[in-house]
Design a protein around this ligand. Structure first.
Ligand SMILES: C[S@@+](CC[C@H](N)C(=O)[O-])C[C@H]1O[C@@H](n2cnc3c(N)ncnc32)[C@H](O)[C@@H]1O
Length: 317
């Protein structure tokens, strides 16, 4: 997600000046492009700490419904508290939260008694709440187990994936998902190392990446391990596959005329969103919406965020 140093491969998420809590990116643009009004049913497919969801909840009011999904069960507690506060204050919508990938939003909606919805939001990548916990293994800034699973019940950790992925596939993954120009050198270094040592800690991986790079590349604008961590995280969580399945599920779940908004942080994601929307929906944003200079200063995560929106055709083709 998101161009600057960051701790997880979230471009633009500078660890040094990262805000302590997860600030929702492009919030005002999201609220505007979704054309929210009282009484709508809105799916937040990546509810995280609930930053966007709370603002959506207030915009659709007590007659509205927010259905929040996240594949990280732990993070739902933060969303629960934030949405309950808004509702208890009388300003918020009814809501339900579900430990589920957004690809399954059709089933979740049915279970929540809402066969279809009016709006869907997908805010990709990791939450600061995940990044800030070294034990989740997303960050190269603090040592922790090399985990990186968004869903802690998923079978494969980053350490297990790195232990078995063939060298060529690893190099291709680093190049394609991380846009890492030293992908082959890094892949070779990892494969050499794993012959005699288990790579199980974030600090181990970070040091290996640095040792594989030519000297001048070790001290660039972003931390040398940024792109590798991003690529490994995206592979372990199959983020591109999830994105495509999530958008397909959104298109199915939306009522005719309903809108899907997606915030992405990497060019590879933005390309997929752009082409997928063009092929399947009516595009609302011809060009992606980006952060204002003021928001980019206030929230480094917003610097590489791109927001696109499309609508389900009002009459099925
Ligand atoms: C950038 S955070 C969302 C932050 C949220 N919009 C807020 O304002 O607090 C992305 C969240 O999406 C979740 N996530 C990532 N991929 C997912 C998927 N395929 N299905 C459901 N949740 C997913 C992550 O666990 C994370 O909590």
């Amino acid at each position: 997600m998101n161009v600057g140093t960051n701790a997880s491969g979230n471009d633009g998420e500078s660890h040094g000046n990262r805000p302590p809590l997860h600030l929702p990116v492009l919030l005002q643009s999201v609220l505007a492009i979704l054309e929210l009004r009282c009484g709508l049913v809105v799916v937040d497919g990546t509810v995280g700490a609930g930053g966007h969801a709370v603002a959506i909840s207030k915009a659709i009011g007590p007659d509205g419904v927010v259905v929040g999904l996240d594949r990280d069960r732990e993070i739902l507690a933060a969303a629960q508290a934030a949405l309950a506060d808004a509702k208890d204050a009388g300003a918020g919508a009814s809501f339900s939260l579900h430990h589920s990938p957004h690809a399954e939003m059709c089933e979740v909606l049915l279970g929540a008694g809402q066969p279809q919805c009016d709006r869907v939001l997908l805010d990709l990548g990791v939450s600061s709440l995940q990044l800030d916990r070294p034990e989740r293994g997303f960050s190269f800034m603090a040592d922790g187990p090399l985990d990186m699973r968004m869903d802690a019940s998923a079978p494969l950790t980053a350490a297990q994936w790195l232990a078995r992925v063939p060298e060529q596939e690893l190099a291709d993954t680093l190049f394609q998902l991380g846009e890492e120009r030293f992908s082959r050198r890094i892949a070779r270094r990892i494969v050499e190392e794993r012959r005699h040592t288990k790579i199980q800690r974030t600090s181990q991986l970070s040091k290996l990446v640095i040792s594989a790079m030519p000297g001048a590349a070790r001290h660039g604008r972003i931390h040398a391990a940024t792109r590798t961590f991003q690529a490994v995280r995206m592979a372990v969580n199959d983020e591109m596959g999830e994105l495509e399945r999530g958008m397909a599920a959104a298109a199915k779940s939306l009522k005719p005329g309903g809108r899907l908004a997606v915030i992405s942080f990497h060019s590879i994601e933005d390309r997929l969103v752009k082409h997928w929307m063009k092929a399947n929906l009516d595009v609302v944003t011809k060009k992606p919406i980006i952060a204002t200079p003021a928001e980019a200063r206030q929230n480094p995560r917003a610097r590489s965020a791109k927001l696109r929106c499309a609508a389900k055709p009002a009459v099925a083709a």
